[in-house]
Ligand binder design. Structure first.
Ligand code: SF4
Length: 229
């Protein structure tokens, strides 16, 4: 099947009872600033072209960000930082992301996450990560013909993605490469894949200065080059 067909199935997924309850409760209760909006309140599919050369892998949708707007990293501070950086390196046509009809488009780049529903406290359980894995398996399988580079935002995504890459046909070294900001590993396969680590664009990292815009832009620029973008 196509990636678009997979996404159409994904948005109806209800496999994780705790996350279904949470995403829907947040969508009912809302944050005061968004009380007039209709929250998405469902699984958030990947965003970007279906023949992307570069994939960005986050953690999970934010309760009042992507769980509200229905698009990855859209409508919250983490997304503000990520899309500004993507625009700075020429991978996005605009630096801001507020809603699905804001005109944002990515060049050769897709954004996804190993868990597609907003979790309480931004912390999915290992069981929820494993339950959602079949979606990531399928997404990687469908992207494999064009994929050249992956940027993983944070250790959770790194750990979730490595076995998926192995099953998709790339050779993951043993012991497994360790996550770190600036980590760069080239995986052999039918076509080599460049894997990059970047601290997550969470407010915890960006407000404290642990992750700065130039740091994110440097990783994205390296990954874009590796992907031939
Ligand atoms: Fe389905 Fe993934 Fe959401 Fe669980 S986290 S309900 S597997 S989409």
């Amino acid at each position: 099947q196509s990636l678009a067909a997979m996404d159409a199935d994904l948005v109806d997924c209800r496999r994780c009872p705790r996350l279904v309850a949470w995403r829907e409760q947040v969508a009912r209760d809302k944050r005061a600033a968004f009380r007039d909006e209709t929250y998405w309140g469902r699984p958030v599919p990947g965003f970007g072209p279906t023949d992307a050369g570069l994939l960005i892998v986050g953690l999970a949708p934010a309760a009042h960000g992507a769980n509200r707007t229905g698009r990855m990293f859209t409508g919250d501070r983490s997304g503000d930082v990520l899309y500004a950086a993507l625009h700075a390196v020429g991978l996005a046509n605009q630096p801001t992301a507020v809603s699905t009809d804001d005109g944002l488009a990515l060049r050769g780049t897709r954004i996804t996450s190993p868990v597609h529903c907003a979790p309480p406290a931004n912390k999915p359980s290992p069981t929820e990560r494993d339950t959602c894995r079949s979606w990531l398996d399928e997404e990687l399988r469908l992207l494999a013909p064009t994929l050249r580079a992956v940027v993983v935002l944070g250790g959770f995504g790194w750990k979730a993605l490595l076995p998926v890459l192995g099953d998709a046909g790339w050779q993951v070294p043993r012991p497994a490469p360790r996550f770190g900001h600036g980590a760069h590993v080239e995986l052999a396969g039918r076509r080599p894949l460049h894997l990059f680590g970047c601290y997550h664009v969470s407010q915890q990292n960006t407000f404290t200065g642990r992750l700065t815009p130039p740091m994110i832009e440097a990783v994205l620029a390296d990954a874009a080059r590796a992907a031939g973008l």
